[in-house]
Design a protein around this ligand. Structure first.
Ligand code: ADP
Ligand code: MG
Length: 572
């Protein structure tokens, strides 16, 4: 392998030359302790910065096998190293006025969630650490400023690598804390299943966030505290005994006056499918990993989804067994969201009345007595919620501040009172009993629940495959372009960040090229995609250098959710 001296010689020989001469630096350079890999060289100072990575051999990085072999620890460690590396990079400043982004060094800056990211990858087999980042190769005008690049590569980078990627130089206590937290969370997740719970929220958790645009914890928030009747104690391997609220499988309502913290609790549960870093306040808010937030999503496209358990006999005679539309209504979109979530193996629905279509959720008895059920296409969610659990094993946690209709069906009713939960199940059930029967009797004979089964077989989009090169572009945290089609993911509220959105874009392309073969069902194809990336790394999704700040792994729910929102989805 060529060495750092070779790169130095090369750089000095192209100093002050035209920018394109930088292209010669592409390749791997031995840098003593580690390897510097220049994966992609930008074409001009204003283009996307160049992709660079450092590869530290397992022996040099020095993380023991026990830290890297199991996924939960490895991912937590990767996340920790990436944050350390990123912080140190940011401390450095550009000391000269370069053109474009020249001289700037950036890498992934993860939010509060701990995810598998291409920005930092540790090989489970040998502990080799790869850290990927971007460098705006320095220029004066459009000519090469090689000395400045050498300053970054020879002075700043080695120190950063030493201080942040090598075990012996890290704060050992912080490092152990990261590994311990990962173990403790894994333990809670395993206990959920064992104890018949779908979520756990530790006492002392801080659920609200700083603001609508910041996912940092709110200062001086009221800490969470479980009511006695719902309290469970977890004996964590490292942290020890931890008390918190256990939400049982089944149907749970969250009620309470406006502004008492209902939606905040639900949002914490939504993100509880992911792990959170220390100091987040939600370290021990753990939700069933198959939980899916369901909302109304007017305007989304639907391709061949069987929404007939909720909607039947439309006045225009439209088929609801294979329901297709370019522009769904509130109720049809929410129905499709439930069915598609279940198709992808969802076991817990999270629903907030604030973002639901009222006519999808409930129909009061007065309305039912005036409009006979066989004239009403919608079988409301309240009439199915019990069946979904009893027959299909899908639990629901529902925020319902304004309708008592769900009291009849609920197993547990939690009242949020000034941000503190109280168990009012007994009281709510008694009140419901006084009101008489629930709404279930209003379901006509032909609309009995028989479970949800659909088997949609997607095919690749031929128009897309005809493109010379399928271009991808991440537009925002929740939308991307593939070729010229925008895919809008705003309805998928559990997407943690832009790197997940980028991963979804790359997966769509990969699946179009390799997995949508007209024989494999949609969730099966998605499972294959995830299995491939989990086994071989997300790196299989791109060639050479990682796009932008890289990709982050997604869940099956979001992958299927994305496919379902691709407007050119072809179903056989
Ligand atoms: P609801 O859905 O019941 O109307 P929200 O969950 O939207 O209420 O919360 C209302 C406000 O209270 C929000 O601004 C939220 O940030 C804040 N909040 C929520 N939980 C807490 C808490 N534990 N401590 C302090 N403020 C909170
Ligand atoms: Mg609310």
């Amino acid at each position: 392998m060529k060495t750092k001296e070779d790169l130095r010689r090369l750089l000095l020989s192209i100093d002050h030359k035209g920018y394109l001469a930088y292209k010669e630096t592409k390749g791997k350079w031995s840098w003593g302790n580690y390897v510097l890999s220049i994966d992609h060289v930008q074409g001009d100072p204003f283009a996307t910065p160049s992709g660079v990575s450092v590869i530290v051999p397992g022996k040099t990085a020095g993380f023991p096998e026990a830290y890297v072999k199991e996924d939960h620890r490895r991912i937590a460690l990767q996340d920790h190293l990436l944050r350390l590396f990123g912080e140190k990079l940011v401390q450095r400043e550009r000391s000269y006025a370069g053109s474009g982004k020249s001289g700037l060094v950036t890498t992934s800056r993860p939010g509060q969630e701990v995810l598998e990211r291409t920005a930092c990858r540790i090989e489970p087999a040998d502990g080799q650490v790869t850290l990927r980042f971007q460098v705006g190769f320095p220029a004066n005008g459009r000519t090469i400023n090689a000395r400045e690049l050498l300053r970054i590569l020879e002075e700043q980078l080695p120190e950063t690598v030493e201080k942040t990627l090598m075990r012996q130089n890290l704060n050992q206590k912080a490092l152990e804390g990261v590994i311990d937290l990962a173990d403790d969370r894994k333990y809670i997740r395993s206990q959920l299943e064992e104890r018949g719970l779908c979520a756990f929220i530790a006492d002392g958790s801080i659920l609200p966030r700083k603001s609508g645009v910041s996912s940092l914890p709110m200062q001086n928030a009221v800490p969470f505290k479980s009511p006695e009747s719902m309290a469970v104690i977890m004996e964590l391997p490292h942290h020890g005994s931890l008390r918190g609220m256990g939400i049982r499988k089944g149907i749970t309502l969250i009620v309470g006056g406006g502004y008492h913290g209902k939606s905040t609790l639900l949002q914490a549960l939504e993100m509880g499918v992911y792990d959170h870093i220390k100091g987040d306040g939600r370290e021990y808010v753990i939700t069933d990993p198959q939980a899916v937030k369901i909302r109304a999503e007017d305007g989304r496209s639907i391709v061949g989804t069987d929404i007939s358990v909720f909607i039947q006999d439309l006045p225009n005679g439209k088929d609801t067994v294979r329901f297709t539309t370019e522009d769904a209504s509130g109720s049809t979109s929410q129905a499709a969201n439930v069915v598609e979530a279940m198709e992808a193996g969802c076991s817990l629905l999270l629903i907030d009345e604030d973002t639901s279509a009222t006519n999808f959720m409930v129909r009061d008895s007065l309305m039912a007595s005036v409009v006979s059920p066989d004239k009403e296409p919608i079988t409301p969610f309240v009439s199915r919620i019990r069946d979904l659990y009893e027959t299909s094993g899908v639990s629901t946690i529902l925020v319902a501040g304004s309708s008592g209709a769900f009291f009849h069906e609920a197993d547990t009713v939690i009242l949020m009172d000034r941000y503190i939960p109280c168990d009012i199940t007994g009281k709510a059930k008694a009140a419901a009993a006084l009101e008489g029967d629930g709404l279930r009797k209003t379901i006509p004979e032909g609309r009995k629940y028989h479970g949800i089964s659909q088997n949609r077989i997607p095919e690749a989009d031929r128009a897309l495959l005809r493109e010379q090169r399928i271009k991808l572009k991440t537009l925002s945290d929740d939308s991307f372009l593939i070729a010229h089609n925008e895919v809008d993911l705003r309805g998928l509220e559990q997407i943690a960040d832009r790197e997940q959105t980028a991963a979804l874009a790359y997966m769509l392309k990969y699946m179009q090229l390799h997995l949508l073969d007209g024989k494999t069902s949609l969730p099966q194809a998605a499972r294959k995609m995830l299995a491939l990336t989990n086994r071989q790394g997300l790196e299989i999704l791109f060639e050479g250098s990682a796009p932008g700040n890289g990709l982050a792994q997604v869940r099956l729910a979001e992958l299927c959710g994305m496919l379902n929102r691709f407007r050119n989805l072809r179903i056989k």
